[in-house]
Ligand binder design. Structure first.
Ligand code: FAD
Ligand code: PYC
Length: 429
């Protein structure tokens, strides 16, 4: 598909439409549809370059332009924007992580999500329908309750529900005598979902309007350094581009890109997969996740059940997961929600997730002056998109971390200051 066709859409901004004008637009054969961002040729030099046109990279460029008034910024994307994990995830948003550092980071994101459609003047369909995390064993209950108490102490909403209360919140849930008995659940009412593509498109449109150059089909192939070791720019498939600041937001390939500058990252990359069912009428009111069976489910506004599974057991750069992994997740979903047994699955897909040893991200300066990295979000970075982008832009613009991302350094793996969120991230790995 040509890039100029791909990003031409009917105007999805928050302008009210009459039913008649929508119908006329629908029948117009796409006449009058306008491109939502430009397709500029790369310039020779920018003040800052962001590598990776996912939500995090586009968001960082938007905040660099809007809050830090950087004059010229480019986002370089090897494929099409949102074609990485941003457009492949199951869109679950929550901030119920264990440690205060994480609660601050993820809740910063939730607060930005709450105003994002207004900020961008673009409907990202943020829906705070509640995220229910099931407990199936005594150990699950202990871990969940620890999270509930820690979150409440940190000012993040989370509450413990009995099985009956969980079923009242999510009526399709089977709390009977099943292989995975539901012994209770943690509920974050402010959690929910958003429309993933719209997040990329909304940030792209808003950044473009502020003068950011979004350059698709432009793979970075090298990071160029000055004699003193600092960043001088990048080599790309569309020629060399100079910049004194380069931010890497290349989920799935963070270690590949950072190696171009000689920086080794403590990451392992795994395939993670999801799938959707045929669409049905609205039947599923919230998001349900189960760490024990590595399955999560919600219903999209189109009516499809969006279901995710665990990561493959081995590292790989193939963008698809093993069949036995999704079969296992579906078997468990059918036990928990027997009404879905006869649903047919429409399609499945995979993404590559970069996982750190402590399951927390790295948003930081690097040993190379002028080179910054935002990576290691593993299976859980969509929820963080606005918050991570916001503090990453701050870090790049000021050459120092925002207080929120100060603990999320690369050096913590050397110094031992880990932020172990294995339990909070456990749904998929
Ligand atoms: P991406 O959207 O992956 O953007 C990175 C971009 O960098 C890509 O577009 C890629 O093409 C580009 N790139 C890479 N190398 C280069 C190069 N050399 N030159 C130029 N461009 C380059 N998270 C949640 O919070 N909730 C969920 O429910 C959830 N579910 C998930 C389900 C699945 C199946 C998957 C795969 C992930 C899920 N995640 C979830 C994780 C989440 O999708 C990611 O953490 C998040 O989207 C990362 O966003 P990003 O913008 O950093 O990355
Ligand atoms: O981090 O909430 C999450 C998540 C859900 C599905 C995959 N990751």
């Amino acid at each position: 598909m040509r890039a100029d066709v791909r990003h031409s859409f009917p105007d999805l901004t928050m302008q009210p439409f009459s039913a008649l004008s929508l119908l006329k637009r629908g029948l117009s054969g796409q006449r009058g549809w306008t491109a939502q961002w430009r397709s500029p040729e790369p310039k020779n030099a920018y003040d800052a370059i962001i590598i990776g046109g996912g939500g995090h990279g586009l968001g960082a460029a938007y905040y660099l332009a809007s809050e830090h008034r950087l004059g010229s910024v480019a986002v370089l994307e090897k494929g099409w924007i949102g074609g990485g994990n941003t457009g492949r995830n199951t869109t679950i948003i929550r901030s119920n992580y264990l440690f205060d550092e994480s609660a601050a980071l993820y809740d910063h994101a939730v607060r930005l999500w709450e105003g994002l459609s207004q900020t961008l003047n673009y409907n990202v369909m943020f829906s705070q329908r509640g995220v229910l995390m099931l407990a199936h064993s005594v150990h699950d209950m202990q871990v969940s309750k620890r999270h509930v108490h820690a979150n409440r102490a940190a000012g993040v909403d989370n509450e413990w529900l009995t099985p009956e209360e969980a079923q009242a919140f999510c009526p399709p849930l089977n709390i009977g005598d099943i292989r995975y008995p539901v012994l209770g659940a943690a509920l974050q009412r402010r959690g929910g979902t958003a429309r993933h593509d719209a997040v990329a498109w909304g940030y792209a449109r808003a950044a473009d309007a502020l003068g950011v150059d979004i350059i698709e089909n432009c793979a970075v192939t090298g990071i160029v350094r000055n004699a003193d070791g600092s960043v001088a720019g990048v080599q790309t498939t569309r020629g060399p581009i100079s910049a004194r600041r380069v931010g890497v937001s290349a989920a799935g390939h963070s270690s590949v890109v950072m190696k171009m500058a000689g920086v080794e990252l403590p990451l392992e990359s795994y395939p993670l997969q999801a799938l959707v069912s045929e669409p049905v009428k609205p039947v599923f009111p919230c998001v349900v996740m189960s760490n024990t069976i590595h399955a999560y489910i919600s219903q999209s506004d189109k009516g499809e059940l969006v279901i995710g599974a665990g990561t493959d057991a081995y590292t790989s750069y193939t963008q698809r997961g093993g069949l036995h992994i999704s079969s296992h997740a579906l078997e468990a979903v059918c036990e928990l929600f027997p009404m879905f047994r006869r649903l047919r699955m429409l399609r499945n897909w995979g993404g590559i997730v970069d996982v750190t040893p402590d399951r927390s991200p790295i948003i930081a300066r690097t040993p190379v002056p002028g080179l910054y990295v935002n990576c290691g979000w593993g299976t859980g970075g969509f929820k963080a998109t606005p918050g991570a982008a916001h503090v990453f832009a701050w870090t790049i613009a000021r050459d120092e971390p925002h207080p929120i991302n100060a603990p999320f350094t690369l050096e913590r793996f050397r110094d031992g200051n880990l932020i172990d969120e294995a339990a909070a991230a456990a749904v998929a790995h």
